[in-house]
Design a binder for this molecule. Structure first.
Ligand code: NAP
Ligand code: ZN
Ligand code: ZN
Length: 350
């Protein structure tokens, strides 16, 4: 793999809305600062489905999704200093950024003003398409590679690379902790990590789910309270209660109703990425000096901090391990909110 581009097995969507199928994709030679990662596990994020089905537009096909990658270093470039062969590593949602803008210099590479390079469905600095984790190997710059601490199993670690950091970052930024009431909307891949992390940070955690179907799980994951958003009483009884609400919902929801659940000065942070825009009555935002904000994944240093935090607190994702030939079926189950709580592909089955 040192000199030439190598073709590696992968699962790809050949076109928008086409089922994923086995194929091969090129991986670049291992460069000076690159590591070759033998991928062991890849999580299925709802963002994979949005993109494979072109829900956000401008998809690049064939598309190999997967930005929750966990594996082992198989080879290192001559200039690599952080990793050696055999190290347990992960890759999240981006594999490069400009490294020069104020955000990159501050460790906010996910907000790189020059545009960070997505792990898949993107073009790298040479104009070559990037291919994600539903694959056996990937070549990544060591500076965009994370260390997976001992103490988290690799399959349970994979979803931390997107779902974990996407909740850790806003929970940390908005100071979730002892004395704070935090609500997580949607108990899916992101939401269940939000419950675990917010609980480990010491916050009082409430799940707001469409129904009470997953109540027992939610309480086991660390929630103190669990309410159904299909029950109108939830919005009257809990009015004005939360310091922080994080919505992980993949479809448009009634944000005005959730703003009503915030205490004065509270924040509603959206991390869900619905395919359609929303319209919003702004009065509930003004009445109580409330904040409506968004957040995307996290920077490299913060992602490492999150992995170390999870290892220290014994947190991994709740996963259902699947074979590669079950990916299309898993997509349907995610869309039906029938995931408990992350599908993870065993890449040895590709
Ligand atoms: P997921 O596993 O499908 O979880 C989403 C949850 O939202 C579902 O389990 C369901 O929970 C709830 N939900 C779904 N449809 C709903 C509806 N119509 N009304 C109300 N609730 C609904 O998805 P995920 O992987 O966690 O991702 C969630 C969203 O975040 C996606 O849009 C994804 O693209 C986006 N995302 C954003 C970032 C970021 O950086 N901001 C990172 C990763 C993913 P209940 O059954 O409990 O209601
Ligand atoms: Zn994701
Ligand atoms: Zn930058």
């Amino acid at each position: 793999m040192t000199t030439n581009v190598t073709l590696v097995p992968a699962y790809a969507a050949p076109a928008a809305n086409a089922p994923l199928e086995r194929t091969t994709v090129p991986r670049r030679p291992v460069g000076e600062h690159d590591v070759l990662i033998e991928i062991k596990y890849a999580g299925i994020c709802h963002s994979d489905i949005h993109q494979a089905r072109d829900g956000w537009g401008e998809g690049i096909y064939p598309m190999v999704p997967g930005h929750e990658i966990a594996g082992v270093v198989a080879e290192v470039g001559p200039g690599v200093t952080r990793y050696t062969v055999g190290d347990r590593v992960g890759v999240g949602c981006f594999v490069d950024s400009c490294r020069e803008c104020a955000n990159c210099l501050e460790g906010l590479e996910q907000y790189c003003t020059g545009g960070s390079t997505g792990t898949y469905n993107a073009l790298d600095k040479n104009g070559e398409p990037t291919y994600g984790g539903y694959s056996t190997h990937v070549v990544v710059d060591e500076n965009y590679t994370l260390r997976i601490p001992e103490g988290i199993a690799l399959d349970e670690a994979a979803p931390l690379l997107c779902a974990g950091i996407t909740l850790y970052s806003p929970l940390a930024h908005w100071n979730a902790g002892p004395g704070k009431k935090v609500a997580i909307v949607g108990l899916g891949g992101l939401g269940h990590m939000g419950v675990k992390i917010a609980h480990a940070l010491g916050a009082e955690v409430t799940v707001l789910s469409q129904s009470l179907r997953k109540r027992e799980d939610g309480l086991k994951l660390g929630a103190d309270h669990y309410h159904a958003t299909s029950d109108p009483k939830t919005f009257t009884e809990l009015a004005g209660s939360f310091d922080l609400i994080i919505s992980t919902v993949s479809a448009p929801i009634d944000f005005a109703a959730y703003l009503g659940l915030l205490r004065t000065g509270g924040a509603l942070v959206n991390v869900g990425a619905p395919e359609e825009p929303i319209s919003l009555n702004l009065f509930p935002l003004m009445m109580g000096r409330k904040t409506l904000a968004g957040s995307a994944i996290g920077g490299i240093a913060e992602t490492q901090e999150m992995l170390d935090f999870c290892a220290e607190h014994g947190l991994g994702a709740e996963i259902e391990l699947i074979r590669a030939d079950q990916i299309n079926e898993a997509y349907e189950r995610v869309l039906a909110s029938d995931v408990r709580y992350r599908f993870v592909i065993d890449t040895s089955t590709i």
